[in-house]
Ligand binder design. Structure first.
Ligand SMILES: NC(=O)c1ccc[n+]([C@@H]2O[C@H](COP(=O)([O-])OP(=O)(O)OC[C@H]3O[C@@H](n4cnc5c(N)ncnc54)[C@H](OP(=O)(O)O)[C@@H]3O)[C@@H](O)[C@H]2O)c1
Length: 331
């Protein structure tokens, strides 16, 4: 990945052959099986993300891998074990060398594509529902972009936790009517209209938390739908617009607005204890089939440009993933 964001992506991305690095004593060589294309990857390529690496760089934040070789001091992993690289950047590679401490073992028999999508979006959904406000079963939460991968995980976790959730999507085809739950089709442009619809659904019961992936006017629409003292958590910038909340909501209704970035949450020493439980809990829920993210299409890494164009399209019905060369042996 190189050069300025003003040029089209296909002029900025090259597939490069790299020489194999030697392995240090505490390192592990992993073969990537499947990798997700996240909105974060696209933001980063357009120099709009919270962390911007020096150019040129290998993109990719999330995926699942197989252990190929271990350094001489690594005794608890074997070739063939399946692992999640966490906090490892540059996973859109066939192989890479990482420190043992960055790898979390996962079961070798579980579906590869679901494992590839476990690190970022389910963890975000989990932390948003478990650690932003204390929500009691039966209380109401509202989210927008409810058909996104994060939105799907929030739906699944809310059902699991007994939370009442209002799912807002921008187009009728995005409503998962087979699933039940409360759905509203709303483009976020008219806060009063969304508030009316929310009141009809909740019959006036308080909505304590709003989860906003969009920003711009959509933030105001969620804020208006919250009850006094409600909290709006802005965790995505899908509209690319500045988040607008009117002073009336902040001053007279005491709506609290907060930004959230999973990377910062994990870095905060106050969250150290809670952070240790996130992935064990998510893996348990994935094994119990509580968490499942829809996939639209899988591309080999060699077709990354087509995959990127596809992932930037509106109206998808699931995630776009990439596969590395070791994928064939471990499906
Ligand atoms: N803060 C964090 O730590 C964190 C962590 C993970 C993800 N995120 C953020 O969470 C958001 C969702 O990520 P994802 O991977 O779940 O996304 P995804 O599966 O790729 O889905 C994208 C969703 O965004 C909707 N969308 C796109 N542009 C929109 C707009 N202008 N207005 C309304 N809806 C729009 C799409 O709706 P259609 O289907 O109608 O096209 C679709 O539902 C992203 O902003 C991502 O950066 C944040």
């Amino acid at each position: 990945m190189s050069t300025s964001p003003d040029r089209p992506l296909d002029e900025r991305i090259r597939i490069r052959e790299a020489t194999r690095q030697p392995l240090g004593p505490t390192q592990v060589r992993i073969g990537m099986l499947a990798m997700t294309i996240l909105p974060a990857d696209l933001l980063q390529m357009n120099q709009q993300y919270g962390h911007q690496p020096e150019l040129p760089y290998v993109p990719g934040h999330e995926g699942v891998a197989v252990v190929l070789e271990t350094g001489r001091e690594v005794s608890d992993l074997q070739p063939g074990d399946r692992v999640l690289p966490l906090g490892v950047f540059g996973v859109w590679s066939d192989e890479l060398v990482v420190q043992r401490r960055s790898l979390v073992p996962v079961p070798s028999h579980a579906p590869v594509l679901q494992q590839a999508m476990l690190a970022a979006n389910p963890a975000t959904a989990w932390v948003l529902l478990q650690h932003q406000v204390t929500i009691q079963p039966g209380q109401w939460v509202i989210q927008n972009a409810a058909n996104s991968a994060v939105g799907q995980c929030i739906r699944q976790l809310a059902t699991h936790m007994g939370i009442q959730l209002i799912n807002v999507v921008r187009r009728p085809e995005a409503v998962a009517s087979d699933e039940g739950g409360h759905w509203l089709v709303d483009d976020g442009q008219d806060p009063d209209s969304l508030q009316q619809s929310v009141r009809q659904v909740t019959r006036g019961a308080p909505v304590v938390l709003g989860l906003d992936a969009i920003g711009g006017k959509a933030s105001q629409a969620l804020a208006t739908s919250l009850s006094p003292q409600g909290r709006l958590v802005l965790y995505g910038l899908l509209s690319g617009e500045p988040c607008s909340i009117c002073a009336h909501d902040l001053v007279f209704r005491n709506i609290e607005v907060q930004g959230f970035w999973l990377a910062n949450w994990f870095l905060d020493p106050n969250n150290r204890q809670k952070a240790k439980n996130v992935y064990p809990e998510l893996m348990k829920l994935a094994t119990q089939n509580v968490l499942r993210i829809k996939v639209e299409r899988v591309y080999p890494l060699s077709e990354v440009l087509g995959a990127l164009a596809h992932s930037a399209q509106a109206g998808r019905c699931g995630k776009i993933l990439l596969t590395g060369m070791h994928h064939r042996e471990h499906q």
